[in-house]
Design a protein around this ligand. Structure first.
Ligand code: SF4
Length: 915
């Protein structure tokens, strides 16, 4: 056995977490070419050393399983891909792109990039599309999360600039969190909110969310509004403030325009008039308005709940209006704070890698901005034709207007709405390039050319977090195999393409970057004189000074924590604007055919499409399986018990999921987490149902809401397969192998879920449900796929009842189980595998049809504290014994490390006090 690594035996590299927009600093611990650990960076001003459950386990996703390690080319659709060298890969891509551009023009190709790329990657892709190819068809998956916030800031304040800082948390006397669940999605920011409340007990917290999330459960006032009624709510609040003299007329007169028109528009939106549509009482609306209007320093936060709407721009603007009406912006503790979902959504906006933007916060629609950038880049002109935004881009591919698409560092076949159409689009495309670190994403499966990219821990560059703070991302280890930095792949393709389209010299001049620092230096030049001026920054400066907030002009010694301190806004007249508001509710309203409101959101321990967190068994412990959550009254009304399989149908598609009861959703609503896709399920997950309708200004689709019908799926026949990876084994690798073998069979199942479990002894779990019993040969095909064939394993077969059972034993321990036709024992067998119970204790019970464990195995459990592996049952036991939070923490340690579980423990305590 290897000796444990001591600090002297590993190298430490400072970098940034690659998940949410909080932008926490991390210290990567590496030994040779392996990342072996991670710690929070105590010097980083975003997190001061703290990490959440996701950040704490970053090193566990730094694995080779599932990585793309060599360029893979598919010459003929339907045939497997084969490994090729980089030169052949890029030459082929250049040839295909050049031929399409030659025949159909530059707008026949497009790029779909990602908020997880570094600013340098974004910059090179953007230059490739616009300066070399001459198309504006480049958009980012940030379109799906932040574009409404961008549009709202620009419309009201004149610039895409978050005015606030994290340090404002400590000065606010009211926090309004709306359409966001930072307790799950930005946990370290929520820790800072908790700390601010602890320091100032007078600080009030209002949360606006259709669900009673962990964030909402902490609120002094929770407004569980009907999805889509945000503008009505904020208009009604403004009406109350006006009626009660809580607005700052002097500020409005001197620093804003458009107020009187807005006042006329919202005149009828009184609390009494909107209460029914909003689904909350007029009294609560009045209370929220008074608290906001009376606050000296109100700080409001929003995220996808406002942005992912067909009127996301109006949602954001309506919230910003509250700050403009009260003059609460630009000073400590106050302002409208949009939380970015991805680690570098902000950097992408700075580098202009979205269809309607250009580098340095320039606008494509502005002729001066285009001319200025053309001059900086040394090209005659930039293309004028607007580029296609995310939904439009895949629509254009579907309709054949875009024939070749290059997808980098994102998984649209999991994350876009109306996934059938996206899948069809990629099948129709003449040439699909996917550049990714992972070879096993839903999108990578459809690539004609898969290019291996470096990822977290292997990359050099910068990211910008939600508070405009630019941090360095550093490589601790080299990428595996032939994987390369993203910016370098884009550069090398540009050089190859230049040679094919008669622009070799131009390409060499445009892409003369030897390092990511060179790219950054050019990016800096595009910002000088702009609102985000970072003329004083470089990789070297950031290395010397640490993370800095923009603007940071040449000769500056520190960044800028707060914008608009002089109340001069970024519109030409220096005034902020109140804008007209769209008040349609949602793209789809429930009706007789689709009576439920489906809302989507995040889980605490998973990240986006799970391409990274989905490889870490312990991150399944908090929410072990995909499900749909319904209010208990809806379940009772329909006679559905927990775990009943339900079919959810929208106007686009149907999916099947087990149901879980939750009083966090209202009657008539359903909640499904966004994370689970086809790598975990036999269907595309919730985005098979979501609608691609989008906001007309921001073009952000309404991923948050759809109308659905829900009915029992009637799939009584069940199969469960479980397999232990052994002590410290790689369950993700087993799951990957299973998926490959099951894939040809999966489409035949009405429902299948493939998940991970365990910690020291990780395991893989497969659940299948069908209307009819599977034939014996089909069961055998699955048994072979999960490595539990008849030969060499214990078996039980009851032909009459269509029951087959298998058990695998290695080193006197149960390591695998297949239960087909009768899986009532699956929960305790799963616990037995996870606990490594010796076979002599279990042997005579393995095939028994009993629901309760015959021996003392740990009960099937949901883990609340991931840091110390503390289950909900263990916490409940302490609560029943009358223990207080400090006593529980003292005994179980839950909530004493990353703190991500604290909100849930507090909820459990407060629920027990109510009963
Ligand atoms: Fe990463 Fe968690 Fe920090 Fe977000 S809050 S950056 S996921 S450690």
């Amino acid at each position: 056995m290897n000796a444990p690594l001591t600090p002297e035996r590993f190298t430490e590299t400072r970098s940034t977490c690659c998940y949410c927009g909080t932008g926490c600093g991390v210290i990567i611990q590496s030994a040779g070419e392996r990342i072996v650990g991670v710690a929070g960076d105590p010097t980083h001003p975003a997190n001061f050393g703290r990490l959440c459950t996701k950040g704490n386990t970053l090193h566990l996703a730094a694995v080779r399983t599932g990585r793309a390690t060599a360029p893979m080319l598919r010459e003929t659709r339907g045939q497997p891909r084969r490994a090729v060298g980089w030169e052949q890969a890029l030459d082929t891509a250049a040839e295909r792109f050049a031929a399409i551009i030659d025949e159909h023009g530059p707008d026949a190709v497009g790029f779909y990039v990602s908020g997880q790329l570094l600013t340098e990657d974004y910059y090179v892709f953007n230059k490739l599309a616009r300066a070399l190819i001459g198309t504006n068809n480049i958009d980012s998956n940030s379109r799906l999360c932040m574009s409404s916030a961008v549009a709202a800031y620009k419309a009201t304040l004149g610039s895409d600039a978050v005015p606030c800082s994290y340090e404002d948390f400590d000065h606010a006397d009211l926090m309004l969190i709306t359409g966001a669940n930072p307790a799950f999605a930005h946990p370290i920011l929520f820790r800072r909110i908790e700390a601010a409340r602890a320091a100032n007990p007078e600080l009030k917290l209002i949360v606006v969310d259709p669900r009673r999330t962990d964030t909402a459960a902490e609120a002094d006032l929770h407004l569980a509004i009907t999805p889509g009624s945000d503008v009505l709510l904020y208009s009604a609040m403004l009406n109350v403030m006006l009626a009660e003299g809580l607005v700052d007329h002097a500020f409005i007169t001197v620093h804003t325009t458009g107020f009187h028109a807005l006042r006329r528009q919202i005149a009828d939106s009184t609390p009494q008039a909107v209460a029914v549509a909003c689904g909350v009482s007029s009294e609560d609306i009045i209370t929220a308005a008074r608290w906001f209007g009376q606050a000296k320093a109100p700080l409001s936060f929003w995220c996808q709940g406002l942005n992912q709407s067909i009127h996301g721009t109006a949602n954001g603007a309506a919230l910003i209006h509250l700050h403009l009406a009260t003059g609460t912006i630009g000073k400590p503790g106050m302002g409208p704070f949009s939380l970015t979902g991805q680690p570098n959504a902000m950097g992408g906006r700075e580098a202009g890698a979205m269809a309607n933007l250009l580098p340095g916060h320039r606008n494509l629609a502005n002729a001066n901005d285009r001319a200025e950038l053309a001059c900086l880049w040394g090209i005659p002109a930039l293309p004028v034709q607007p580029g296609a935004t995310a939904v439009e881009l895949f629509d254009a591919v579907h309709e054949g207007r875009i024939k070749a698409i290059w997808i980098a560092c994102t998984n649209p076949v999991q994350s876009m709405p109306d996934l059938d159409r996206v899948r069809e689009a990629l099948a129709k495309a003449e040439f699909v390039v996917v550049q990714d670190a992972w070879a096993d994403t839903e999108t990578a499966a459809l690539a004609d050319l898969l290019l291996p990219a470096a990822t977290w821990g292997e990359k050099e560059g910068t990211v910008t977090n939600s508070e405009r703070r630019i941090s360095r991302v550093r490589a601790a280890v080299p990428p595996p195999g032939e994987a390369r930095q993203d910016w370098r792949i884009a550069r090398d393709f540009a050089l190859a393409l230049g040679g094919k389209i008669g622009a070799k010299a131009e390409a060499e001049a445009l892409f003369a970057f030897a390092t990511s620092a060179d790219v950054y230096a050019e990016h800096v030049v595009t910002t000088v004189g702009r609102d985000l001026d970072i003329g004083g920054l470089s990789h070297t400066a950031l290395d010397r000074l640490g993370p800095q907030q923009w603007p940071f002009q040449a000769n500056a010694s520190a960044g800028t924590p707060r914008l608009y301190a002089d109340h001069r806004f970024a519109h030409a007249d220096g005034k902020a604007r109140f804008i007209a508001l769209e008040t349609t509710l949602t793209a789809e309203a429930p009706d007789a055919d689709y009576p439920f409101r489906l809302v989507t959101g995040r889980l605490r321990d998973q990240w986006h499409g799970m391409s990274r967190t989905g490889r870490i068994p312990r991150l399944y412990a908090h929410e072990p399986e995909p499900n749909v959550r319904l209010h208990p009254s809806d379940m009772e009304k329909h006679g559905w018990t927990v775990d009943t399989l339900l079919r959810l149908s929208s106007a686009r598609n149907s999916i099947v999921l087990p149901v879980a009861a939750s009083e966090d959703v209202r009657p008539g609503q359903a909640f499904v987490a966004m994370h689970w896709g086809r790598r975990s399920l036999s269907h595309d997950g919730v985005n098979a149902l979501t609608v691609s309708a989008f906001d007309p200004i921001s073009k952000q689709p309404e991923l948050k809401h759809a109308a659905v019908r829900i009915e029992a799926a009637d799939l009584p026949w069940r199969l469960t397969a479980l397999r232990s990876a052994g002590d410290g084994g790689d369950a993700a690798e087993i799951a990957l192998a299973w998926r490959a073998k099951l894939e040809p069979l999966l489409g035949e199942f009405a429902f299948a879920a493939l998940t991970l479990d365990g910690r020291e002894r990780p395991l893989v779990a497969l659940r299948i449900a069908s209307r009819e019993p599977f034939a014996a040969d089909r069961v055998e095909a699955i048994a072979s796929a999960v490595d539990l064939p008849e030969a060499g394993n214990l078996g039980y077969h009851d032909r009459a009842r269509h029951v087959t059972k298998r058990a695998r034993i290695d080193d006197s321990r149960l390591t695998g189980v297949l239960l087909a036709g009768e899986d009532i024992a699956a929960p305790w067998l799963r616990a037995a595998l996870r606990d490594g119970i010796a076979i002599d204790v279990l042997r005579r019970w393995i095939f028994a049809p009993r629901a309760t464990p015959p021996v003392a195995t740990a009960a099937p459990r949901r883990v609340v504290c991931n840091c110390f592996d503390v289950s909900a049952d263990a916490i409940a036991t302490e609560i029943r014994a009358g223990q207080t939070l400090p006593q529980i923490q003292e005994k179980l340690k839950c909530g004493t490390s990353c703190g991500s579980c604290l909100t849930e423990v507090r909820r459990m305590l407060s629920a027990s006090q109510k009963h």
